[in-house]
Write a protein that binds this ligand. Structure first.
Ligand code: NAD
Length: 282
């Protein structure tokens, strides 16, 4: 038996339908369209795809979207000023700083300059800090997408053996806190786990496995427990094709549910971003 494929696109359509009504209601209340501004400094192929999907979803929802391209050699001070101007702009509801930044800029400082009230990706320390105690209003769209996908399985997370591979600030760390808040038994694996030779042991007992490593087809089906739910956050380019961190073909033979790449987590992210924008205005 092969696992049921959890398509982010199908979940996105449902969430977007509901969101559209809420965005329209908020538009009537504010007397203007919601506005998202994305600041772009360095552009790579992944950020171009993300920008294009932001523009598409914003257009479908009637949200104003503009991206401001700044010179690649902008100084940190000038970037700080730019962010402060956007923080003060009355008609801008949400600001996204497209990552990665060029090497000479400090991304943490840029995020710190963002007003937490306009931090549409939930990356400001104040928004991240709220994760510690409760479910906050704004969480990273990627993390929100993983949670929406898990909800779709209707599995009660309480007491489940959840294994996250990857401990980044945008995925693994915030996700682990959210899952703890749901009373899942949450293990976070990372490069240290692999170096110690313990990754296989954790993979073997995972009932729910979330992978955000950034290595094409890194996790094979042979490492997985039968019936595991697999959520693959990875987006990698391999021979001109997008592939995840999980070897889909072998993993789907073991999984009860599995997300594809493309069309899984990534398909939901821009919708979750717009949901955050709405929440910032509420
Ligand atoms: P990152 O590069 O910041 O962190 C990688 C993580 O993987 C680290 O915790 C590291 O310790 C761990 N790791 C590396 N090698 C390992 C190994 N051999 N064994 C175990 N752990 C190992 O990653 P990130 O920014 O979270 O991105 C991860 C992947 O997710 C990338 O492919 C990225 O493109 C993708 N991503 C997708 C979305 C989306 O919306 N779908 C959003 C963000 C990131």
């Amino acid at each position: 038996m092969e696992g049921k494929i959890l398509r982010g696109k199908d979940i996105a359509v449902k969430i977007e339908e509901e969101l559209k009504k809420q965005v329209e209601a908020q538009k009537r209340k504010l007397g203007r369209a919601l506005q998202l501004t994305t600041v772009v400094i360095a552009e790579d192929s992944a950020s171009k795809i993300y920008l294009a999907s932001q523009a598409k979803v914003a257009a479908r929802l009637g949200i104003g979207f503009d991206f401001q391209k700044l010179p690649g050699d902008i100084s940190q001070n000038n970037l700080d000023k730019k962010i402060q101007n956007l923080n003060q702009a009355g008609t801008v509801d949400g600001i996204l700083i497209q990552m990665p930044l060029p090497m000479h800029l400090d991304p943490k400082r840029a995020i710190n300059f963002l007003s937490p009230d306009k931090d549409v990706e939930g990356l400001h320390p104040q928004n991240l800090g709220k994760l510690f105690f409760l479910e906050p209003k704004i969480i990273s769209p990627t993390v929100a997408s993983v949670m929406a996908i898990l909800e779709e399985t209707k599995i009660d997370l309480q007491g489940k053996e959840v294994v996250i591979v990857g401990h980044s600030e945008i995925v693994g760390k915030p996700l682990s806190l959210l899952l703890l808040n749901k009373l899942a038994t949450t293990t976070v694996c990372h490069i240290g786990t692999s170096r110690a030779g313990h990754l296989e042991m954790h993979l073997k007992r995972a009932e729910i496995l979330i992978v955000a490593v950034g290595k094409p087809r890194f996790i094979k089906g042979s490492s997985l427990k039968k019936g595991v739910v697999v959520v693959d956050v990875g987006i990698n380019r391999e021979n001109g094709k997008l592939v995840g961190d999980v070897d889909f073909e072998t993993a789907k033979k073991k999984a009860s549910f599995i997300t594809p790449v493309p069309g899984g987590v990534g398909a939901l992210t821009p919708v979750m971003l717009m949901r955050n924008l709405l929440r910032l205005t509420q």
